[in-house]
Design a protein. Structure first.
Length: 109
C-alpha cells in the first residue's frame, strides 16, 4: 500500500513543491511500465514514513509529465533527483537500496 506521506506530482504542482523552503524533496521520476520503478516504490514509502518532516518524497510519472522529465534531462528511469530550496543538489539513476537513498538524503537534511 502506498504511503500517504508520498506526494504525487504533475507539471502543474512540480515547481511549487520543489521550491518549498526547508526539508529536501526527493522526486522519483517513474512510469507504470517500469519494473525497477515498482521495485523501489515500497522503499520510498518506507523512507517517507520514517523521515516525515525531515524529507519530502514525491513521485512524478514521466508519461503524464514529459515536459518536466525533459527539463531535468531524465533519460532513464527510475531517476531520483533531490532538490533543496528549489535547486537540484543530487541525482541518482537506477534502482538503489534503501541505505543508499537514505545516505544521499542525509547529505542534504
Amino acid at each position: 500500500m502506498a504511503s500517504e506521506n508520498v506526494i504525487t506530482l504533475s507539471d502543474a504542482n512540480f515547481a511549487d513543491t520543489i521550491s518549498a523552503e526547508g526539508a529536501p524533496v526527493l522526486v522519483d521520476f517513474w512510469a507504470e511500465w517500469c519494473g525497477p520503478c515498482k521495485a523501489i516504490a515500497p522503499i520510498l514509502d518506507e523512507i517517507a514514513d520514517e523521515h516525515t518532516g525531515s524529507v519530502t518524497i514525491a513521485k512524478l510519472n514521466v508519461d503524464d509529465a514529459p515536459n518536466t522529465a525533459r527539463e531535468f534531462e531524465v533519460m532513464s528511469i527510475p531517476t531520483m533527483i533531490v532538490f533543496k530550496n528549489g535547486e537540484q543538489v543530487a541525482k541518482m539513476i537506477g534502482a538503489k537500496s534503501k541505505d543508499a537513498i537514505v545516505e544521499e538524503l542525509a547529505n542534504h537534511m
